[in-house]
Design a protein around this ligand. Structure first.
Ligand code: GDP
Ligand code: IMO
Ligand code: MG
Length: 420
């Protein structure tokens, strides 16, 4: 069977830490979508590590980590990351596997991402500039190079063809940046990639399932960044929701058991696009400071605001969430009052549904106020230790969503998590 851990908001919910925590209960940890736009933070032996391409189970000896076909893979990032984890004694040749259908990000994808964002000016998506959009466009446009192609003796010709197409497109943008350095690194990196375990991902994972092995699928980004259900066009280019597990790994829907959704106790977003509960005042600033809300991939300050149950309920619905994991509860320790968004007032009409075009709606969030707990929850070791005010906060959320918060993370450390 397959369990899933994915983000319910706009990314950076703490998925990496949560996957690392649950990993020992599984045999395979698999990424099913996204690429180096992801930044998943873990603490290993007290040291902070940010993973972009490698699944967050990599530090557990004996586990298989699979990069699934739904991922877009930047060989340059992967090579650097393999070197980073090797410094912790991880043997990637033993426990990292890459599906041959995984699409490759080439240097001109990054150039196209940059050129497209520049051309959009004020309307830019605020992409991570990692080439994600152009790489997925080449997948659906049926142009992409895939990891399996690396083993084709004609790879260099295939690459040259794709590059020529991209240069033509870049000409439309008047993009003149020299990409020769990127290309040099790219070719060094694909030589390294060829030495890793390249497998037929769908047979590989289904064989493991047939042997009774347990698989944990690790989501990247968040449900509100899903290309179909997110705040389009301010989204990423993949299906971040649970349905993406099936297409991104080649497992059938009836193999999926638990869908564990991760949410912060408040809400953040990085990049452009609608964010109904965003705070532009001192409270928002305080959340950013206490929560250390700066992007793990780009270092950009994250936009901060209160938890949004309208968006969360929507995310629970489209994902089929069975359990909720709430992270960063400790960040709210010092706030006297907390707000929970329970509805949107859209042009005078109150609704509990996410409108079609969140970005164009004249929207005011409706809040319910809760008393803060004003004590350090990081000191709590078990559920019974949680302050009454936090229990009230959680009960309201459980009732509204119809799905229970079963785990509360109360610090960034691997073991800072409490369950009911
Ligand atoms: P991801 O992309 O979903 O894996 O999340 P990121 O790693 O981008 O961002 C989450 C940040 O919050 C990281 O810096 C984590 O170390 C940190 N974090 C995770 N859980 C907690 C928590 O419960 N409390 C605090 N204070 N920090 C946390
Ligand atoms: P993790 O896995 C937060 C955002 C970007 C931008 C939009 C599109 O760490 O949660 P892209 O580069 O994908 O074309 O950018 O999506 N974004 C993320 N925001 N966490 C992420 O990943 C993100 N990956 C992409 O900031 O707004
Ligand atoms: Mg992140």
């Amino acid at each position: 069977m397959v369990d899933v851990i994915l983000g319910l908001q706009w990314g950076d919910e703490g998925k990496g830490k949560i996957v690392d925590f649950f990993a020992p209960g599984y045999d395979v940890i698999a990424r099913f979508q996204g690429g180096p736009n992801a930044g998943h933070t873990l603490y290993v032996k007290g040291e902070k590590v940010v993973l972009h391409q490698i699944p967050s189970g990599i530090f557990h000896d004996g586990l298989i980590n699979l990069i699934g076909n739904g991922v877009v893979l930047d060989p340059v990032t992967l090579k650097k990351e393999c070197e980073k984890v090797a410094a912790f004694g991880v043997d990637v040749k033993k426990n990292l596997f890459i599906a041959e259908r995984t699409n490759i990000i080439v240097p001109t994808h990054r150039a196209l991402d940059k050129a497209a964002e520049l051309a959009k000016g004020d309307e830019k998506i605020g992409s991570t500039l990692k080439g994600i959009g152009p790489a997925y466009m080449d997948k659906t446009g049926r142009n992409a190079l895939r990891v399996g192609d690396l083993l084709d003796p004609a790879f260099d010709t295939l690459y040259a063809k794709l590059k020529a197409k991209h240069l033509q497109l870049l000409g439309n943008y008047n993009f003149n940046e020299d990409i020769s350095e990127w290309e040099k690194e790219f070719f060094e990196s694909i030589a390294f990639l060829r030495t890793l375990n390249i497998v037929n991902g769908e047979y590989f994972i289904n064989q493991k399932l047939a042997e009774g092995k347990k698989v944990l699928a690790e989501g990247a980004q968040g449900s509100m960044l899903d290309v179909d259900f997110g705040t389009f066009p301010f989204v990423t280019s993949s299906n971040t929701i649970s349905a993406g597990v099936c297409t991104g790994l080649g497992v059938a829907p009836n193999k999926i058991r638990e869908i564990m959704g991760v949410t912060k106790a408040y809400c953040t977003r990085v990049g452009s696009g609608p964010f109904p509960t965003e705070l532009f005042d001192a409270t928002g600033e305080e959340l950013r400071k206490v929560g250390n809300e700066f992007g793990a991939t780009t270092g950009r300050p994250r936009r901060c605001g209160w938890i949004d149950l309208v968006a969360l309920r929507f995310a629970c619905m489209v994902n089929g969430v069975t359990k909720i994991i709430m992270t960063k509860s400790d960040v709210l320790d010092s706030f006297k009052d907390l707000q929970i968004c329970t509805a949107y007032n859209v042009n005078g009409t109150v609704t509990k549904e996410v409108p079609y075009q969140l970005s164009q709606a004249n929207l005011v969030p409706v809040y319910e106020q809760f008393k803060g707990w004003s004590r350090p929850v990081s000191e709590c070791k078990q559920w019974a230790d949680l302050p009454k005010e936090m229990n009230d906060y959680l009960s309201f959320i459980n009732q509204y969503l119809g799905v229970e918060v079963k785990y509360v993370s109360n610090g960034p450390g691997r073991d800072q998590i409490i369950f009911s």
